[in-house]
Write a protein of this length. Sequence first.
Length: 427
Amino acid sequence: MSPTITPNLPLNADPALKEWFRVYYVKWMEVAENQRWAVAGRGPKYPTALIPFIPFGQVPALPFHHVLTSLIDSQLCAIGDRLANPLGGKGHMATIVIDEPELPSPYIFFETVFGGVVTDFRMYRDTTWDVVAAKLAAENIDPNCYKKIVYTSFLRKLYKLHQQWLTDGDNARYLIGFLTTLLAAIDDGTAKVEPRPLMLQNVLTIKDSVQLGDVDVTGTLLKFAHLAPNLTIAGRGGDMPIDLGGKLTLVLTEPGLLALLDGLKFSKNLAELTAFLIGFAGRGMTEDWIALGGARWLSKVSAYFLRHRIRALPKKVQILTKIMGNPFRLLLCVKDKGVLVTFNNGLPESVKPAPVPPDAASLKDVWLECCAKQGFINLAVRPKEGKFNLQVFEQIDYYPQNDFVKYMMRKGALQFLFGLVFPFLSS
């Protein structure tokens, strides 16, 4: 049984936390060494690689090298008017661990990166970033870099998740916990990147435009964790399988993954991201970026029908919003929980919490009261008796009622949105 960690201890004074953190540091050094071997034409030195802070993420080294190198190169390395170094664009990185209360950093890692490849690595112990930056400048090494800053309290939360994973072995639940813990740490400042890469900045901006109030998002995701599919990244040099315990396997090619991340890099708001994802889904099916593992022939048949429906979806919503109002405000509610989705030119612009009166006898009463408090709402929708299935138009109440809205629901203009939001409200 692993030793128990103590809150508020410095990292190096906590043997359990220190040893856990050391494993990931050693594994990351193996990844960097594989990069150097691979670009030298020798192939990877170590046969497998561990995805950082994902304990079940042991994957073949060569495809991981290609994906990681392309990811760092496209998202972190500077692109100037000319290549300043024959190895590619510069994207130096520093990892700074901070104890609480703040003491000299127990670890500062500095990595010299060109073209997505770590070409040099230095470690500094029990010092500060200002001292390290001055030492680097004195050696003619540019200290301007991406700084990944993590507090010991954040590492403790990841350690706790890891211990829970060792107990229940549920990969999907761990991954959900990891992502929600990371986002919470970015919010409270215990994990951050300075300056923020464009992709991260856009993700956080879009996250701020989607507010669900007191809805337990993490709890709902964990409730449906058993439905998460396995993931395989089909990359150069082989596949990277990530087992989430699912019955199906979603296959995403390396070009598809990089295109998806590139879309996040250039989508600055919710509407732009929605438009991009619709286009990505259509193109991904056409170019085989997305498939179901073990049934790729079936995926192609399904894709033939799905991509036409996906491409038609924004046009259907656009027609709805133009006829019923632009911007179009849609209230989705279950019991006393609700969210107000605002569409502009057929694309979602924001999602905000909208408290629903618990004593309202009918959906009309809910609509009237919410309109009085939040301004005019074009359409209010809720599932009948809290139930929901694929036949959405048969399972929901809506107000104001008219045949056109019912027709648009039958055609699927809003079904995807209902399916996305209602599980969170009814949890």
